[in-house]
Design a protein around this ligand. Structure first.
Ligand code: TXA
Ligand code: MG
Length: 342
């Protein structure tokens, strides 16, 4: 279904009503959020949630985020909500911040992969909010990609991955942020960021002071507290290497591979797209505004999959602000393959 997110009365829009009816019947509906497209199911129904894992080919120990449209719905899902969580909600909801909270009994253990906590967020997207309200349900929704593929930022990406496996896609155009929400665990004495995302660490610190970062995000060996972070997500078909250093250094790496007969891709930005010579050069936004890089990163990775390159070299980005989320996704896509200029 195509839906214009700017129309009034989205709640009574026939496409949204039809999609809500599918959700009430336990079927799967992909819908836009401000981060990436989600694959929704009734969070209170174990059978409906099972369908998500089947459609995505998702490992069953990876819990889902429950999406809500009102703060009242929060109390159907979570309990013992600490004051710091309310502060975060006040500042960042609706928006790309997911809170991990103690879970209510009624939430299906399939949603939380058996954990006693639940991840909740209120997306900042008119279609997502209208759909959740129209269904009257909390909606469990991971990103609407096949497991191991980059998250979808357009309805076309969802169709490429899940055509024939789901009841409907609500097409609201490209998403805004482009990388997934920040996940923050509010059950620890100092809240802990488990996944960097649309709301930056710096944004959160401004509001609640000190926050921790899950060790696994900094140390390669540590076991992540967020089960999903241990999987090699977002991997493009060709091996990807993140290059720290000058464009001259990156070009040298490209030249060496090409001299050995390999087809080489370069992932760069508008600023760099004319400085390289390679078989495929893709720009993912402007380095001067890293939000544009977050928006276009996944589409760029998917575009490489349509080319015949044997290896991709990517520029690196500053590891702060939204750059932290970009580098986290890029390094995961690269399986942590990196080259440093001496
Ligand atoms: O922006 C987003 O968050 C998107 C859109 C659709 O809302 N959703 C998304 O969902 O990225 P997914 O399933 O791809 O990622 C959920 C992440 C995983 O890393 C998972 O391990 C973590 O949240 N998570 C879920 N429940 C958790 C819990 N109880 N404790 C710790 N981590 C949890
Ligand atoms: Mg995902």
């Amino acid at each position: 279904f195509f839906v214009d997110k700017n129309v009034d009365e989205l709640n009574s829009c026939p496409q949204v009503k039809q999609a809500a009816a599918y959700l009430q019947r336990g079927e799967l509906v992909a819908f836009p959020t401000e981060t990436v497209y989600g694959l929704g199911a009734n969070a209170m129904s174990t059978a409906a949630v099972e369908n998500i894992f089947v459609a995505k080919g998702r490992p069953s120990d990876n819990p889902l985020i429950v999406h809500i449209a009102t703060t009242e719905q929060l109390h159907d899902i979570a309990c013992d909500i600490p004051p710091v969580a309310y502060t975060l909600i006040e500042h960042f909801w609706p928006g790309p911040l997911t809170l991990v909270l103690p879970k209510k009994e009624a939430v299906s253990p399939r949603v939380t992969a058996g954990l006693n906590t639940v991840a909740v967020r209120m997306p900042n997207h008119p279609i997502a909010l209208a759909l959740i309200k129209a269904s009257g349900l909390p909606i469990a929704a991971p990103s609407a990609n096949r497991s191991g593929r980059p998250s979808p930022t357009t309805a076309k990406h969802v169709l490429d991955d899940l055509d024939g496996r789901i009841a409907a896609i609500v097409d609201g155009g490209p998403t805004g942020v482009g990388v997934e929400s920040t996940v923050i665990d509010c059950t620890t004495s100092i809240p802990t960021i488990l996944r960097p995302g649309g709301v930056t660490k710096e944004d959160i610190e401004q509001v609640i002071g000190v926050v921790d970062i899950d060790r696994a995000l900094v140390e390669k060996e540590a076991v992540p507290k967020s089960p999903g972070m241990k999987y090699t997500h977002y991997a493009p078909k060709a091996p990807l290497v993140v290059v720290h250093g000058s464009s001259t250094f990156l070009q040298q790496l490209v030249n060496e591979k090409r001299a050995n007969g390999f087809k080489v891709g370069v992932l760069t930005t508008e600023e760099g797209r004319h400085t390289y010579e390679a078989d495929t050069i893709i720009s993912c936004g402007q380095r001067s505004d890293l939000r544009t890089v977050a928006q276009q990163l996944y589409d760029a990775l998917r575009t490489f999959d349509k080319t015949n390159v044997d290896i991709i070299y990517s520029e690196a980005f500053p590891n702060e602000g939204i750059g932290a989320a970009i580098m986290n996704r890029l390094l995961k896509a690269a399986g942590h393959e990196q080259m440093m200029e001496k």
